[in-house]
Design a protein around this ligand. Structure first.
Ligand SMILES: *Cc1c(COP(=O)(O)O)cnc(C)c1O
Length: 352
């Protein structure tokens, strides 16, 4: 067998580690688990599993449209927003094209681009922040997509509404800006982009949201893109017929309504954030202020070794070596008990 040229230098994704019995603060999942409303909906949906799902996710899209004050045709639902990224690249990347993103961001942008024979160009990340001006300056006549992550995974930093609008003014209208807002619901800053309103001014933006984080449905795989109908129509051509299963659709629909659960998740996150900031300050560790449900912290020692030691103590985090940060880890903000346990373990590892 001869593998396609563009796959030769690619390596399979390496997910956050699971260890039976360990507390997992490695993949930014919701420490409160699943929304009770979603859980009930799942139980009720089991009986219909012998039937194919609604291939067009009509009920879910209608609910999303109502929530965001848009139309059904503004949405594309995927098997996680990971799949939506692949649908986008599948619609717009030809071999030889390029896309642009930043260093130290979500690796799936590069994966999706390379899968279709594109190359990725990277702007530097400075102090954990996207350099939107540099990204704009990298655009050339082979550029088809720009990927922005706001708040950014793994740094937790974000850019403002003004910064995004200024950036959109610089991007040619035939280049699609993919704005990944997987952590949008955790954001506290008041000048965060009102990204959906940008659809009124710009035809070349797509916003990605997910049910994997604050809605607590990571295992079911549901994410979606919000864009002008022309963009959605292009992407729909690359989508497999029944990409989102019926349990996932039912749970996502119910979770969308569970504002109690979302508010509680946000409150727990805020409390954990304050506690972890104070703990890192006490330990003299540098970290980035976060707008998400995780914190990047520099631990002044080898992150792979620290990861192994923390795992031996019963907790998993994400070492950031694959991002070129050999002395940094990303820790998901957990419940108060999980956060305290993490800090105790980290203190032991740092003392060694
Ligand atoms: C977790 C995450 C997603 C969500 O992926 P799903 O496929 O929807 O689970 C998307 N983008 C970023 C940056 C993430 O961290």
């Amino acid at each position: 067998m001869k593998i396609r040229e563009c796959l030769k230098d690619m390596v399979p994704y390496s997910p956050g580690k699971l260890k039976p019995g360990a507390i997992k603060l490695a993949s930014n999942e919701n420490p409160l688990g699943i929304s009770p409303k979603a859980s009930d909906a799942l139980k009720q949906s089991i009986g219909s599993i012998s039937l194919y799902p609604d291939g067009a996710c009509v009920k879910l899209k209608n609910a999303l449209a109502k929530k965001h004050d848009l139309a059904n045709g503004n949405f594309c639902v995927g098997n996680g927003s990971d799949e939506v990224l692949v649908l986008i690249a599948g619609a717009y990347i030809e071999p030889g094209d390029n896309a642009i993103t930043s260093q130290t961001t979500f690796s799936e942008y590069t994966f999706a681009t390379k899968l279709f024979g594109g190359t990725m160009k990277y702007a530097p990340m400075i102090d954990g922040c996207f350099q939107l001006d540099v990204i704009a300056s990298l655009i050339d006549n082979k550029t088809k997509l720009v990927f922005l992550c706001n708040p950014n995974n793994p740094t937790g930093t974000s850019f403002s509404n003004d910064a995004l609008r200024a950036f959109m003014e610089k991007v040619p209208k035939d280049i699609l800006v993919v704005l990944d807002e997987a952590y949008r619901e955790y954001v506290d800053r008041s000048d965060f982009p009102d990204s959906i309103s940008l659809l009124n001014n710009y035809s070349n933006i797509i916003i990605l949201r997910t049910f994997s984080k604050i809605y607590g449905l990571a295992g079911l795989r549901v994410g979606y893109g919000i864009a002008r109908p022309e963009v959605i129509t292009d992407m729909e051509k690359t989508r497999a017929p029944f990409n989102v299963n019926s349990l996932a659709q039912a749970a996502a629909y119910a979770a969308l309504d569970d504002t109690d659960f979302v508010n509680k998740s946000r409150a727990v996150n805020r409390e954990g954030k304050t506690y972890l900031y104070a703990s890192f300050d006490k330990l003299g560790l540098k970290y980035y202020k976060t707008e998400a449900n995780f914190i990047l912290v520099y631990i002044n020692q080898d992150c792979t070794a620290a990861f192994e030691k923390l795992m031996a103590l019963g907790i998993t985090i994400r070492p950031l070596r694959s991002f070129g940060l050999n002395d940094a880890i990303r820790v998901t903000i957990g419940t108060p008990e999980q956060n305290e346990f993490f800090v105790r373990c980290l203190e032991r590892v740092l003392a060694q």
